[in-house]
Design a protein around this ligand. Structure first.
Ligand code: C5P
Length: 403
């Protein structure tokens, strides 16, 4: 998807071994539709050549404030005025220190200082050794640059090039792309706390077997991601799925419907929006066996008795805060036919203001989907698109209802 179409990014590299990741970052930004102007400090050129960055960005790299290619000889003005954002990745400890002082003796710090701060955001992706990262001077400097208006992105934790392990790794290129996309998204849910359930549940029969369904969790994860991009604090209660946690979301992994119900119960008191995308099993085995149920060789088959699971959504929708309008509840319905009739009936049964219908076999495991939004007034369709696009449209719709 062209998530950054039309955006012009100045990608600044300061000196650090994470410069090797900047090459991939540049590619990924361009893949997402951005145009990228690379600016490198002298130290960065010790780690990666401008030739590589030029080839990947398709533009000559700038490195000097005396670059005579610019007719007015003011690359710091021209480059910063063209940008929708300046992203420094990697941003070294030294570069952070330079920013705190407002230094202007080399092109990259100069253009950060000269940028129109109100219209050109500055995002920093720090990268350094863990001791440098945790040093009070660095932390003090980071707080200062944040106060001065820079957006300080996080760091990763793990093995470092120096052989040590800890905080200070630069975020991975795909994480930085996600951060940038999130940064540009309109903050229509700022101040909201959104609780999302996603994926299937797994109801144990015995320690090695269980009952589950074909939900992949992709729709719910996309909804959680879109909510976070829209500025909400997001808690994602996920059934057993193999999906990466959307950046910035708090993830709570559960297996069974009962575990999902307990997790939802503990996070609803603080939530302002509850979106139940999970395909919760309607029933669970009444008495799961502690030991594996064995074949006895006679051909006899076990018989399973079931009990009904609690309806998580209906329970939340009946809660005091939901009834008082402090918690907006959204349900999903996966149907095989007669979508409008079933979704309308389900909305009434669950007593939720908004019910989102989709055709189960056409959505489970797929990357795209089509949604039918049903409320008290009627219904509207969100035509087939990627789950990512649909999730954004749904979040915009929910935000408008919560205003
Ligand atoms: O009743 P049905 O499973 O079709 O309803 C679907 C909606 O209800 C979804 O939003 C789903 O997450 C929610 N649900 C629930 N707890 C259940 C069953 C469904 O929260 N036990």
């Amino acid at each position: 998807m062209n998530e950054l179409a039309g955006k012009h990014i100045v990608l600044g590299l300061s000196g650090g071994v994470a410069c090797y990741k900047a090459a991939d970052l540049c590619r990924q930004l361009i893949k997402e539709g951005a145009t990228v102007q690379v600016v490198m400090t002298e130290a960065a050129e010790q780690f990666i050549t401008p030739v590589t960055m030029q080839a990947l960005s398709g533009r000559t790299v700038y490195g000097s404030q005396w670059d005579s290619r610019e007719p007015n000889n003011m690359p710091h003005i021209n480059l910063s005025r063209e940008a929708h954002a300046i992203l420094i990745a990697p941003c070294s400890a030294d570069f952070v220190a330079r920013l705190t002082q407002g230094r202007a003796d080399e092109l990259l710090s100069l253009l950060c200082l000269a940028r129109p701060a109100a219209s050109v955001p500055l995002l920093l992706a720090p990268a350094m050794n863990r001791e440098m990262w945790s040093h009070p001077a660095t932390q003090r400097n980071l707080q200062q640059v944040a106060r001065d208006g820079a957006v300080v992105l996080g760091v990763g934790n793990g093995d470092q090039a120096c052989g040590e392990t800890g905080d200070g790794r630069m975020l991975e290129p795909h994480e930085l792309v996600d951060e940038l996309v999130a940064f540009f998204a309109p903050k229509v849910l700022a101040g909201h706390k959104v609780l999302v359930t996603a994926g299937p549940t797994f109801e144990a029969i015995d320690p090695v077997r269980g009952i589950t369904n074909l939900s992949s969790g992709k729709m719910g994860f996309a909804v959680a991601r879109a909510a976070r991009e829209a500025g909400a604090e997001v808690t994602l209660v996920a059934g057993p799925v193999h999906l990466d946690t959307p950046r910035g979301a708090r993830r709570v992994d559960v297996k069974s419907a009962l575990e999902m119900a307990a997790a939802v119960e503990s996070y609803t008191p603080e939530a302002t929006v509850f979106i139940a995308t999970a395909a919760v099993a309607d029933w669970r085995p009444a008495a799961p066996s502690d030991q594996k149920i064995k074949k006895d060789g006679t051909g006899a088959t076990p018989s399973l008795a079931f009990v009904e699971n609690p309806d998580i959504l209906a329970t939340v929708a009946r809660s005091e805060r939901a009834l008082a309008g402090q918690l907006f509840c959204v349900g999903f319905a996966a149907e095989s036919h007669d979508l409008l009739a079933h979704a309308t009936a389900k909305r009434a049964r669950k007593a939720v203001p908004l019910l989102v219908g989709n055709i189960g076999p056409a959505t489970f495991g797929q990357d795209d989907n089509a949604l039918l939004l049903v409320d008290a007034e009627g219904h509207c369709e969100l035509p087939r698109a990627s789950k990512r696009v649909l999730a954004r449209q749904l979040i915009e719709d929910i935000a408008a209802r919560c205003r």
